[in-house]
Design a binder for this molecule. Structure first.
Ligand SMILES: Nc1ncnc2c1ncn2[C@@H]1O[C@H](COP(=O)(O)OP(=O)(O)OP(=O)(O)O)[C@@H](O)[C@H]1O
Ligand SMILES: [Mg+2]
Length: 249
């Protein structure tokens, strides 16, 4: 059984074929990287996998369950979590409240009631552990919007982990991070994977990709350019020409 499987999925916006006939298979307990030039369709593919968009054509399965037509929040309940290229946080809420919000996905209570009337409080030990995991425990009571950019990215990871994912998709987690923040991120991603969470990572930082990924899928103009192990990707002339340039030659 394939953990996550997309078969021939396509999505157009007007005349733009953002994703064209893409098929991927992500095995459980693996780290799958999605790379390619700007506008290649990586975020669109992630949006299709997570239910932000529905594809124009193709099939999508998570553990044999058909995902087509299933809205984003239902996919989160199945165990699919994600972060966004453009950070999405509750900027006016505290870090702790942001992570609490992640726990709401498995509750039936209305969202604001859950947050406002204390029922979210029973997840606070776990929420603080997650903040600690992303290096933000000492900032728990601060407003999310007041955090520096790199820490906002880590907070988004903590909030996504609060949904207890089995598949975690990250859209450019290293964007805007400095060198030591990237090292920390790399270590955390490895640990998340070590907990048995399968990762799909869209990323331009090739050091990070080549260090963590088991498989790399290269997109260009909405289509598959190449797929292989990190070594094969780095050595592939078409990938080098379209994307990597001289970086790994
Ligand atoms: N909501 C949308 N409406 C119209 N066009 C879109 C939309 N989303 C994406 N596109 C177009 O689809 C193509 C693929 O965009 P996408 O954001 O998926 O690329 P990407 O690989 O994530 O690029 P980047 O590395 O810059 O984030 C681009 O031409 C983009 O302009
Ligand atoms: Mg993108």
């Amino acid at each position: 059984m394939t953990f996550l499987k997309a078969q021939n999925i396509s999505k157009s916006f007007g005349g733009v074929h953002a994703v064209e006939n893409v098929s991927i298979e992500v095995p459980e307990n693996s780290i799958f990287a999605l790379i390619g030039p700007n506008g290649a369709g990586k975020s669109t593919l992630l949006n299709l996998l997570s239910g932000i968009y529905q594809p124009d054509a193709g099939q999508l399965y998570f553990q044999e369950q058909n995902l087509i037509g299933l809205p984003a929040h239902r996919r989160v309940r199945l165990g699919l979590a994600r972060t966004f290229q453009k950070i999405r946080l509750f900027k006016q809420l505290t870090l702790l409240e942001n992570v609490r919000a992640g726990f709401h996905i498995h509750q039936d209570e209305p969202f604001w009631k859950f947050l406002a009337y204390g029922s979210a409080g029973r997840f606070d030990d776990e929420a603080r552990e997650l903040l600690d995991f992303v290096g933000l425990a000492s900032h728990a009571g601060e407003r999310a919007g007041a955090l520096p950019y790199g820490q906002q990215r880590m907070l988004e990871i903590a909030r996504a982990l609060a949904t207890r994912p089995r598949l975690f998709m990250l859209d450019e987690p290293a964007a805007g991070l400095n060198g030591s923040e990237v090292d920390f991120l790399l270590d955390r991603l490895t640990r998340i994977a070590g907990r048995g969470i399968t990762l799909v990572v869209v990323e331009h930082n090739m050091d990070l990709v080549m260090n963590v990924a088991h498989r790399v899928y290269v997109m260009d103009h909405g289509e598959q350019l190449f797929e292989g192990a990190p070594r094969e990707v780095q050595a592939n002339p078409r990938v080098i020409e379209a994307y990597l340039g001289g970086e790994f030659t």
